[in-house]
Every structure is written in C-alpha cells, then in structure tokens.
Design a protein. Structure first.
Length: 293
C-alpha cells in the first residue's frame, strides 16, 4: 500500500483529495501587502496551502555574484535585487498571523541551512526542497533533521540523483514532485508520465510542480496519480518579476482548483453500472430486440 503523508490537518495520498499548493514564491516583490493579496487569492480558490521562498542572500550567493551590475526594480546590482526580494522576520510574523486568521497553511522552500532554522521559528507544517538543492546532501540532512514532512522537487535531476536524495531522506513523510525547471514550461518538456515512473519506483505520494502557461497539464497530472499539485500564483502576470509569466492569475487559479477537485469524481470507480438517473431514459428509449419466427 502506498504511504500517506500528514501535513497539518490534511492527509496527502491516493485516497485523499489533491493537496493544492499556491506558490507565492518571490512574486510578492518584497511587499507584505502584495503577499496578503495572494494569500486571499489562494483562500478564495480553495487551496490547501501557500508557499514562499527563503534565502540567506550572503550564504546562497558569493560576493562576486552579488556585485554583478544588474539594473532592476530595487537598484543597480544583483545584491540590490536579491535583498529586495527577501522578507524580514517581522514580515514573516505578519504573514504567519495572517495565514492563521485565514485558516490556510504556509511554508517555504529554503535555499540554505540558515533559512531552514529561520523558517522553523514559525513551526511550519512541512518543508519544500527546491530542485536546485536536490544534490546538496548536507542540506537534505538538515531538512530531514526537522522531523517535518518533506516535499522534494526534481527539476534538472536524473533518476540516479533522485534515488540518492531519496536514500538520504527516506520515503516516510516524503512527497516527490515531477518538475521541469524552466519558466514557463513548454508542453513538450513537461513529461507528466514521469509521475507514473515515480509511482512504480517509490512508495511515497507523488506530486506535480508546474510552471506551464495554462491549466491542462496540472489537471491531467491528477489523472496520472499526482496527490499534490503546486503552481505559482500572482495577482497580475504583467507585474515585474522573473516568475510572473509562469504564474496563475486569480481566475485561472480558481478554475484549476475547481477542475482538479472534480477529476476523481469524473474518473469514477471503473465499475460499469446503470445509474438511477438513467432508468427513466432506459424505459423510454430502450427497445429490446426480439426475433420473429
């Protein structure tokens, strides 16, 4: 039997409703007010959780990388950009309080060990490991040490690298996400059938983290067995930011959640029956064949 994972008050697994994550990521552009608007968007759509990204800028990037000239929304260097996109401790306190008032879970993709300790201060229900960190054994062990459920993205990764990461993390309390690390994804590179491969090889729940334009791949992923779906969200795709173009606006998010919630109902149990609603039609239209002698 395939394992299940408990995140907060939700069960993630084959026999439970799809766990839908609205990734705010860095689309808040450093603004708590904008982050709150996206939290509201996720709540209204019926998502189970929102997710942020957290970096200790001076640990993730070298001084040389930070000093690169890069005119941007916040200044003229890469340092200005990366620092401008980070929320403070006080910001996260406000976000934590706001999510609790809206009764929606939140957590983050941490990009360094110090950020794991930072986010742990808020007793988040789980941790997401970004595709970029999948081969960082020290980081994997740090996240595992929290004892929280782990969501593992697999973009840019070979099966050998994924197996190695799973060996470190273990399959208990783990959800593995099919993911392609381009923004936005081209349909020919989404490769949803990897979900089926993951389901054959691993006993933990499998999810899908999409960066495509549109809704179809995310909805189809559930038919192929995705127990969780994660999509970037925004209030307006024309806003400044590298992830905006691959994000869902409010109407798209609502439609995706609505359709995902219907997938299992539409698929049914596979047993061919005559439904009660068909009986009056059957009585009216069915003409039994009789052989004349």
């Amino acid at each position: 039997m395939r394992k299940e994972v408990i995140i907060g008050n939700k069960t993630v697994g084959d026999n439970s409703p799809c766990f839908i994550i609205a990734e705010i990521g860095i689309n808040h552009n450093g603004s708590v007010d904008l982050a709150k608007k996206m939290i509201d968007e996720a709540v209204m759509a019926g998502c189970d959780a929102v997710k942020f990204q957290k970096r200790t800028v001076t640990k993730v990037y070298t001084p040389e990388e930070l000093d690169v000239y890069r005119p941007n929304y916040y200044g003229s260097t890469n340092r200005d950009l990366k620092l401008g996109l980070e929320l403070s401790y006080e910001d996260y306190c406000e976000i934590d309080k706001y999510c609790k008032s809206k009764k929606i879970m939140w957590f983050a993709s941490c990009w360094d060990i110090d950020s794991v300790d930072f986010i742990e201060q808020f007793d988040v229900p789980c941790h997401k490991i970004a595709s970029a960190l999948l081969t960082n054994d020290e980081f994997l062990k740090k996240v595992k040490s929290t004892g929280k459920p782990i969501l593992l993205s697999t973009g840019m990764s070979t099966m050998e690298e994924i197996r190695h990461a799973v060996d470190i993390l273990g399959e208990d309390n783990l959800i593995i996400f099919q993911c392609t690390s381009t923004y936005p994804n081209e349909h020919k590179e989404i490769n949803l059938r990897v979900i089926e491969q993951f389901r054959k090889e691993f006993s933990c729940p499998i999810g899908y983290s999409g960066h495509e334009k549109g809704l179809l791949p995310s909805i189809l992923s559930v038919e192929l067995g995705a127990a969780s779906v994660e999509r970037h969200i925004t209030v307006d795709r024309t806003l400044w930011g590298s992830d905006q173009a691959a994000s869902l606006e409010p109407e798209g998010l609502r439609r995706m959640v609505r359709d995902i919630r219907e997938v299992k109902t539409i698929l049914g149990d596979g047993k061919k029956v005559v439904y009660d609603s068909e009986l009056p039609i059957k009585k009216k239209l069915r003409k039994d064949n009789k052989v004349s002698v």
